[in-house]
Design a protein around this ligand. Structure first.
Ligand SMILES: [Zn+2]
Ligand SMILES: [Zn+2]
Length: 140
């Protein structure tokens, strides 16, 4: 059920390969959009019994190892998104009607620089921009 690529990725990052971690990474890689802890928990439960605490701990570890990035969504919900070294900073679009969060295209180097410059002397670690409105499918 857990693919070799996922197992390898965990191994590469020095993360002990457990079923729960494998399942969570598999889900995060598949969805290609930010998810909150509860939806991740719900999704992983479909595959294997995982408790919520494990989901929290795993996400924390994934974040430390740079496999996921955490940011705040609507109403300060923490959202997690799979990243790897090729992931570029990109804005998100949040639908106010259905609550879906979409990844938008990557920022160009100049755009990233523009935002980084706005921080002036602060050190920028990541750029999180969220646009909100009504998504395509809710519009039609
Ligand atoms: Zn929508
Ligand atoms: Zn994204």
């Amino acid at each position: 059920m857990i693919s070799e690529t996922v197992k390898e990725e965990l191994r590469d990052k020095g993360i002990k390969n457990t079923r729960a971690k494998g399942v969570l990474l598999e889900i995060l890689k598949k969805v290609h959009k930010p998810m909150d802890v509860n939806s991740l928990h719900k999704e992983s439960q479909k595959v294997t019994p995982v408790n919520l605490v494990t989901v929290y701990r795993t996400l924390e570890q994934f974040q430390q190892k740079g496999i996921v990035q955490e940011f705040l969504g609507k109403e300060s919900t923490k959202l997690y998104e799979y990243i790897n070294k090729n992931t570029k900073a990109h804005p998100h679009f949040s639908c106010e009607k259905c609550g879906t969060l979409f990844c938008l295209g990557a920022l160009e180097f100049d755009d990233a620089l523009y935002f980084s410059n706005m921080a002036k002397k602060h050190k920028v670690l990541s750029i999180n921009i969220t646009l909100s409105g009504i998504c395509e499918s809710c519009l039609s």
